[in-house]
Ligand binder design. Structure first.
Ligand SMILES: [Fe+2]
Length: 173
């Protein structure tokens, strides 16, 4: 029999209270291109980047489930990032906890994630890339030159993100 590892995985920052609040707040199709399946894939993409780069897992998980949570449309809703920051600010302390630096990183990643940025702190760039790697869900191939981390460009992470998105597309269409 395999020996059990003594290592325990740290608790996720994604609490039931946070997920309930996001569910209540979200106005669009929960299963749509900017809904929960997208957030789950952004989280998976981000964790893969974090495992290779040391980016902050708690920030990435929060980004995944908050960055599109305040969209008012699936189109060019250019204020959805700043709205997500306000929403995160309102939820912090009750629905989730994070230190000041972590919240600042989360706020920067959310507020600017639609701008195509390439420069910034590692965790912020990891959040942006985790989102960009899910462009396949709308049949767009992410441009490696527009990925801000080397880890997101690695064949393992890049191809795993493609597979994740295509499985969803195949089920949906
Ligand atoms: Fe997104």
């Amino acid at each position: 029999m395999a020996e059990r590892s003594n290592k325990t995985r740290p608790a996720s920052v994604l609490t039931p209270a946070l997920l309930r609040a996001v569910r209540q707040r979200f106005r669009l199709d929960w299963h749509g291109i900017h809904g929960a399946p997208h957030w789950a894939r952004v989280r998976a993409n981000g964790l893969a980047i974090a495992a290779r780069s040391g980016a902050r897992v708690d920030v990435i998980e929060l980004f995944a489930f908050l960055h599109d949570s305040c969209r008012h449309s699936d189109g060019g809703d250019y204020q959805h990032g700043p709205r997500a920051v306000d929403f995160a600010h309102a939820l912090r302390g009750d629905a989730f906890g994070i230190d000041k630096v972590g919240f600042e990183l989360l706020a920067e990643a959310c507020s600017t994630h639609s701008r195509g940025g390439m420069d910034g702190e590692l965790t912020v760039r990891a959040c942006w890339d985790a989102d960009r790697l899910d462009l396949w869900r709308v049949r767009i191939t992410p441009d490696p030159r527009r990925l801000a981390t080397a880890e997101a460009r690695s064949p393992e992470v890049f191809n795993a993100a493609k597979k994740r998105a295509y499985l969803w597309v195949a089920r949906r269409w």
